[in-house]
Design a binder for this molecule. Structure first.
Ligand code: UDX
Ligand code: ADP
Length: 457
């Protein structure tokens, strides 16, 4: 009764929301999302979804049980589907050749072999996870090294959604990119994927390319976005020493239509599962081709990010009279950005660890990310409390550091917080979201990012 069957292997931040959107928009297709992680699949079957993403539950509810299914039966999903999206994790390698830089492809290759083993009919395999350039070719080689005469076409369809705005990004993407071989079979496979998105994405926003361009575009888009953040963060350091405000500079610079105003917010550093990993990948690939100058150029984007995190902590320690031993410090926000519970590569992890090294005591607060924070900081030792309510978290602390731009922190009763803190009371605004003048008038010593501090001594 369904026109086509689509499977997605990997029910994470990419696979789950993307497939939910495809299922909602294409009732004629059966969409089955599978994962080895049983708990994750179970959660997708309830209204307590495994990831927090505004608006996602409504999308899932619109299609679940109708044409959207979540299952752990990976083999059955492979067998029955004509199109298989693969969105398993591709973390940075921690061992062997390329450790710390190259992508760890063991999950991808394992999936390729599962697809090969289970398939009884031709499949279009769609690469959805970020992978180093030329992986599709490798996958096609593995898949087509079969003696059962089954045809596999590998298509690259990188996902550009950002967490926290995934539903909006999927509903109305800037572009959908589909890369394939430019052979008759490759073009046919490409068209099958175009046909899915054409159900709701205007055709002029669906662009196609060869496989290598598509794979590389994902890395480059993320590298460019991260580069903008590192650029403005480098200027924030200069602004703090002079009388400039980085927000004013970024507004003036961003109003140049050639530059544009987005992704110019200075902060404590970028996090998330993609930026660091993708730049490391780009650097690794460039080094592989002996393009050392190019590799160094992109490496410096990461170095600037690490500098920003380190600088933030150094500034905290210096401002609090050069010692934070035994001082309680509340961290407001642990997610890598607002509107997500995800903490992968969150600058908060690095800041927290550095503060613990300085022997501070921490109170971590976040509306959605405390479970992940506990996992990230497990085994770090030192005194760490996890308190969701920011007023409770701030009671008796010497300082509050805002590390995620959650809207709720803008709206807090900062006078009440000040009243319950140790004095002198410090606020370090790592995301530039607070009304610093007002906080200063309440009595805080305020350290905004990219602006000179406002202090009472
Ligand atoms: C990113 C890309 O935006 C997305 O296209 C890709 O598919 C995956 O990687 P994501 O990591 O989910 O998405 O979030 P993003 O909004 O890009 O933010 C990444 C980090 O940069 C966050 O830590 C955020 O706080 C930080 N950031 C972003 C800034 O510090 N300043 C800015 O101006 C924008
Ligand atoms: P992303 O942000 O790229 O979506 P996640 O880590 O959130 O990454 O999701 C990747 C998912 O892929 C995880 O839920 C993981 O359990 C799943 N996964 C990894 N390897 C396999 C595999 N061989 N078969 C099925 N699922 C897998």
């Amino acid at each position: 009764m369904f026109e086509k069957r689509i499977a997605c292997i990997g029910a994470g931040y990419v696979g789950g929301p993307t497939m939910a959107m495809i299922a909602m928009k294409c009732p004629q297709y059966k969409v089955t999302v599978v994962d080895v992680n049983e708990a994750r699949i179970k959660a997708w079957q309830t209204d307590d979804l495994p990831i927090y993403e505004p608006g996602l539950l409504e999308v899932v509810q619109a299609a679940r049980g109708r044409n959207l299914f979540f299952s752990t039966d990976i083999n059955a999903a492979i067998r029955e589907s004509e199109i298989i999206f693969v969105s398993v994790n591709t973390p940075t390698k921690t061992f062997g050749e390329g450790a710390g830089k190259a992508a760890d492809l063991q999950y991808w290759e394992k999936v390729a072999r599962e697809i090969l083993r289970e398939s009884e009919s031709p499949k279009i395999v769609v690469e959805k996870s970020t992978l180093p350039v030329k992986t599709a070719q490798t996958m096609e080689n593995i898949l087509n090294a079969n003696d059962r005469n089954i045809r596999f076409d590998v298509v690259s369809n990188p996902e550009f959604l950002a967490e926290g705005t995934a539903v909006k990004d999927l509903l109305s993407p800037d572009r959908v990119l589909i890369g394939s071989r430019e052979t008759p079979e490759g073009l046919k496979a490409r068209q099958a994927i175009v046909d899915i998105y054409a159900n709701w994405v205007p055709t002029e926003r669906i662009i196609t390319s060869n496989v290598w361009s598509s794979e590389l575009s994902k890395l480059v888009a993320n590298a460019f976005l991260a580069q903008r953040i590192s650029s403005i963060n480098s200027i924030s350091a200069l602004c703090e020493k002079t009388d400039a405000s980085v927000a004013e500079v970024s507004r003036a610079v961003g109003m140049d239509a050639r530059i544009g105003g987005r992704f110019l917010n200075a902060g404590v550093g970028f996090g998330g599962s993609c930026f660091r990993k993708d730049i490391l990948n780009l650097v690794y690939i460039c080094e592989g081709y002996h393009l050392y100058e190019v590799a160094r150029y992109w490496q410096s984007v990461l170095e600037m990010n690490e500098y920003q995190e380190t600088r933030f902590v150094r500034n905290m320690v210096r401002s609090m009279f050069n010692t934070i031993v035994g001082k309680r410090i509340a961290l407001f926000g642990f997610a890598f950005k607002a509107d997500t519970g995800d903490t992968r590569e969150s600058p908060a992890i690095h800041v927290a660890k550095k503060l613990l090294d300085e022997k501070a005591e921490l109170v971590i607060s976040d509306p959605k990310a405390l479970d992940n924070a506990r996992i990230d900081l497990a085994g770090c030792g030192g005194g760490i409390d996890y308190v969701e309510d920011p007023y409770e978290a701030a009671r008796g602390v010497h300082a509050v550091a805002v590390l995620t731009e959650w809207d709720l922190y803008r709206k807090l009763d900062w006078g009440r917080i000040y009243g319950s803190m140790e004095k002198p009371a410090f606020v370090f605004d790592g995301r530039n979201i607070l009304d610093t003048r007002k906080l200063f008038e309440i009595g805080f010593n305020v350290y905004p990012l990219g602006r000179p501090p406002l202090k009472h001594f």
